[in-house]
Write a new protein. Structure first.
Length: 318
């Protein structure tokens, strides 16, 4: 009986010895399985699982596709790398992508993505791509020095497919967009497809400055500035402007303010409205809130009385 058990254990070890090295070889060859056709990178399920199984000391915790506009397609990066010409660098140990003078087309991460801004950075999204920065997990953005120095602009002009400028993997706090610093500006126009600034939950902290400006140019397309719950605690300014001929378009789904001192400006033009669901102002907030246009999908003069903390609320209507 003991001999049979020993033989079985030796056989099991031999099988494991044959399988384990193969994972490293397959992971090393992962880049060959990538399909970046139509500008939307896709990786096979096998390749994704192999990345999780084989993480070396210099390999990133997340694979990132960076399209800096210098090559023919997005580049898959899953190790520590610096591209000075492209204006970006990836820290393989922390999975942090630093943008320093980046002027590209898109960024896509197969998991959580941390972005650090260093200087002025821009992403000009192709009209037929569908996203500017996309993370399958959470997306965090921070600055190096200050919002006055470090910035990121993500824009699309005349989008031909439904486009989200900042997109994360799911709803909820764990996979939210969190902006801890820097100036982040989202701008877009579309006459053929829906357009979103921030696709899911969002949090703004410290001195972050955030702005969203979308327009359908009178074509009745669906425009949404921030498509879910937004919590703002920043001392920086937050502004959302949506200009749409579609009465379903809106600026923010739900807006909650903390004890921040930053001013908030909401503007709805055309048939759009500013708040889709909830608008709550914290009693400890010291910044001002200015609303132009319809607050909700009702007459603005009635909707304004549901707003809390009237002392910091400035009303403008046209």
């Amino acid at each position: 009986m003991k001999k049979k058990l020993l033989a079985f254990m030796m056989a099991a070890l031999m099988v494991l010895g044959d399988v384990t090295p193969a994972l490293s070889v397959q992971a090393a060859e992962m880049q060959e399985t990538v399909d970046v056709s139509m500008g939307n990178p896709q990786v096979s399920a096998d390749a994704q699982s192999e990345t999780l199984l084989d993480v070396s000391s210099n390999q990133s915790i997340v694979a990132v596709y960076v399209d800096d506009g210098k090559g023919a397609a997005a580049e898959l990066v899953n190790t520590t790398k610096t591209d000075e010409e492209g204006g970006w660098s990836l820290d393989g140990e922390t999975g942090t992508l630093t943008l320093s003078g980046f002027a590209g087309k898109s960024i896509y991460a197969m998991g959580d993505l941390n972005i650090v801004l260093d200087g002025t950075n821009t992403i000009t999204v192709p009209a037929d791509l569908g996203y500017g920065i996309k993370a399958d997990g959470a997306l965090t953005i921070d600055d190096t020095t200050s919002p006055a120095v470090d910035s990121l602009s993500v824009s699309v002009t005349d989008a031909t497919v439904s486009t989200t400028l900042l997109e994360t993997g799911s709803y909820g706090e764990e996979e939210a967009v969190t902006i801890n610093g820097g100036t982040v500006s989202l701008e877009g126009t579309s006459g053929e497809a829906s357009l979103y600034g921030i696709g899911r939950w969002a949090y703004f902290y410290n001195d972050a400055v955030v702005s969203v400006d979308l327009s359908d140019e009178g074509n009745k397309e669906y425009m949404v500035g921030m498509n879910s719950a937004v919590y703002t605690y920043t001392s920086g300014a937050v502004s959302v402007s949506v200009d749409s001929a579609n009465s379903s378009s809106y600026g923010v789904y739900s807006l909650y303010t903390g004890d921040g001192s930053g001013n908030i400006a909401l503007t709805a033009k055309g048939a759009a409205h500013n708040i889709q669901n909830t608008f709550s102002l914290d009693d400890d907030m010291t910044g001002n809130v200015t609303v132009k246009g319809y607050l909700a999908y009702v007459n603005a003069s009635k909707a304004k009385w549901t707003v809390q903390n009237q002392d910091s609320f400035l009303w403008s209507y046209y």
